[in-house]
Design a protein around this ligand. Structure first.
Ligand SMILES: *Cc1c(COP(=O)(O)O)cnc(C)c1O
Length: 361
């Protein structure tokens, strides 16, 4: 059976070797006589899996010891509420930068629990850039400052972090986690839905500085309290066992087959450069993002003609390049080229685009 090149924004492509390993271990995980799907989360063998997953994440991302790693559920979307419920408890204020739909949803949710100030927005130009930030406009006594690091729908990324001084920086890294090295110590908290770059859907990763845990609002549901999950090793209730196992396999792939995040970054940069160089030189296709804020993970582009866009998506799909239709708010196309997209996938896509341009130009 031929596998397609899957450019889906999420859930998205996983490394083939990871899928093969999961398949090989499906009926009998390491001599346990069971699938990981079937085993008790309280068993010794499962404890080994979750411990190894955390240890690998800590090693690969170089997470300092004073940060907790939590394996949660509810998606990045639940974090839009959990962040304010747990952190907006000093001054009751927080700053938000609106760089797309996810950032906007996060701000709207936070506004239900306190003062969620909008310090900047790029809505005026369909979120095609990251706004320039002026620290003198930041709320001095904010409980945290929230950004969406990589904007999955619009294809922008922060290349420089805002200088928030002592105010903890909180970032949604759903669509860029593990794509390049990041200095965790610059953040109070990071969170990510796993289904973009890490695992199948169902797992949410939270990396939080220990001093930010333990001050949740009284109204916070038990399941929304970081302290509860931290105190129970992410096993207050049944964790998403199989997805955590898949994340472990992906982390082993990043560490052993790729060679860590520096190497991952070089690979991702090479892939993105291929596509952006083509877009910059094409007479038919154009990237929609200002060059200085371009994402390495999500690459939106258009022809400027909706019929031609639709024709391209249709012919690309038939040729085995799937899920290239852009988000309805941007239109056109979007190629999500996450960690697991092989370089050949991007090379072949570019060759296909060249041919389409020659035939339709
Ligand atoms: C996909 C995505 C979300 C939503 O994630 P869910 O896990 O579906 O809640 C939030 N933020 C960003 C940046 C995303 O890419």
């Amino acid at each position: 059976m031929a596998r397609v090149y899957n450019f889906s924004a999420g859930p998205s492509v996983l490394p083939e070797s990871v899928l093969a390993k999961a398949a090989a271990e499906m009926l009998d995980y390491e001599g346990s006589g069971q699938s990981v799907m079937e085993m008790s989360h309280r068993s010794k063998v499962y404890q080994g899996i979750i411990d190894e997953c955390e240890a690998l994440l800590r090693e690969v991302m170089n997470i300092p010891d004073n940060y907790k790693v939590l394996f949660l559920q509810g998606g990045a979307s639940s974090q839009f509420a959990m962040v304010p419920m747990n952190l907006m408890t000093g001054s009751g204020k927080a700053d938000y930068v609106l760089t797309g739909q996810w950032a906007t949803k996060a701000q709207k949710e936070a506004a239900r629990y306190g003062e969620a100030n909008i310090v900047a927005s790029s809505k005026d130009k369909t979120f095609s850039y990251i706004p320039k930030l002026d620290p003198s406009t930041f709320t001095k006594d904010a409980d945290y400052f929230h950004i969406c690091m990589n904007n999955t729908i619009y294809g922008t990324v922060y290349h420089e972090l805002p200088d928030t001084g002592d105010v903890p920086l909180v970032a949604d890294i759903s669509s860029c986690i593990l794509s390049e090295p990041i200095d965790v110590s610059k953040f109070g908290m990071l969170y990510a839905g796993a289904q973009k770059n890490m695992a199948p859907a169902g797992l949410t990763i939270v990396i939080i500085r220990e001093d930010l845990i333990g001050n949740a609002m009284d109204i916070t549901p038990t399941m929304f309290n970081y302290q509860i999950h931290a105190e129970n090793g992410s096993m207050f209730n049944t964790p998403p066992c199989y997805t955590i196992y898949m994340a472990k396999l992906v982390l082993e792939w990043v560490k052993n087959e790729i060679g860590g995040l520096e190497k991952m970054y070089a690979r991702n940069k090479a892939k993105a450069d291929l596509l952006y160089n083509f877009l910059d030189n094409s007479k038919m296709f154009k990237g929609t993002v200002v060059p200085e804020d371009r994402s390495l993970m999500n690459v939106p582009f258009v022809t400027g003609n909706e019929e031609l866009d639709a024709k391209f998506v249709k012919e690309a799909t038939a040729a085995g390049f799937v899920n290239l239709k852009g988000h309805r708010s941007v239109g056109g196309m979007r190629a999500s080229i996450y960690n697991a997209m092989p370089i050949e996938g991007v090379e072949k896509l570019v060759a296909f685009m060249k041919e389409f341009e020659a035939n339709n130009g």
